[in-house]
Design a protein around this ligand. Structure first.
Ligand code: 4NP
Length: 153
């Protein structure tokens, strides 16, 4: 079964993962791969129902991307529903691995496994300055390009 549904996961689902979701969807649409579906979620419910952080929306907007999503928490049903579940950092990876039923464990991976610049965490930008959001954008864009490339093979 080809990978079709991808879930991007961070802590609050207001900074990193909504940005990853919007970048991925825009690249997929531009590549005529609209059958690919993406969503994002948070391991915490701290910002449930909120729009993405204005700083994420701003960096996206500056790059011609509109973030529409609202924060939601990861649900148990996500592990069966999605084909690939990408954590932004190791802390969120651990959280997902602990919750994920064995049969779906192979779907849970780190986002930067797809970063051509090398592996690591997508750093949490929440308490930092605006440059953190620019760095996040560049990193997530690189990963999404690579991911989309691989999914096409
Ligand atoms: P995110 O960033 O996980 O990329 O959405 C954060 C958002 C909110 C908080 C931490 C990180 N917070 O502490 O509320």
């Amino acid at each position: 079964m080809p990978i079709q549904r991808i879930l991007f996961v961070c802590l609050g689902n207001i900074c990193r993962s909504p940005l990853a979701e919007a970048i991925f969807l825009q690249l997929a649409e531009a590549a005529d791969r609209a059958h690919l579906e993406a969503d994002s979620a948070g391991t915490s419910g701290w910002h449930e129902g909120e729009r993405a952080d204005p700083r994420s929306r701003e960096v996206a907007q500056r790059n011609g991307i509109h973030i529409q999503s609202r924060s939601r928490t990861v649900r148990d049903s996500d592990f069966a529903l999605f084909d690939l579940i990408l954590a932004m950092d190791r802390e969120n990876l651990r959280h997902l691995q602990q919750r994920c039923p064995d049969e779906h464990r192979h779907k849970v991976r780190l986002m930067r496994e797809w970063d051509p610049a090398g592996p690591g965490d997508v750093p949490d930008p929440y308490y930092g300055g605006p440059s953190g959001f620019d760095d996040n954008f560049a990193m997530l864009h690189r990963c999404c390009v690579q991911l989309l490339d691989e999914l096409g093979e």
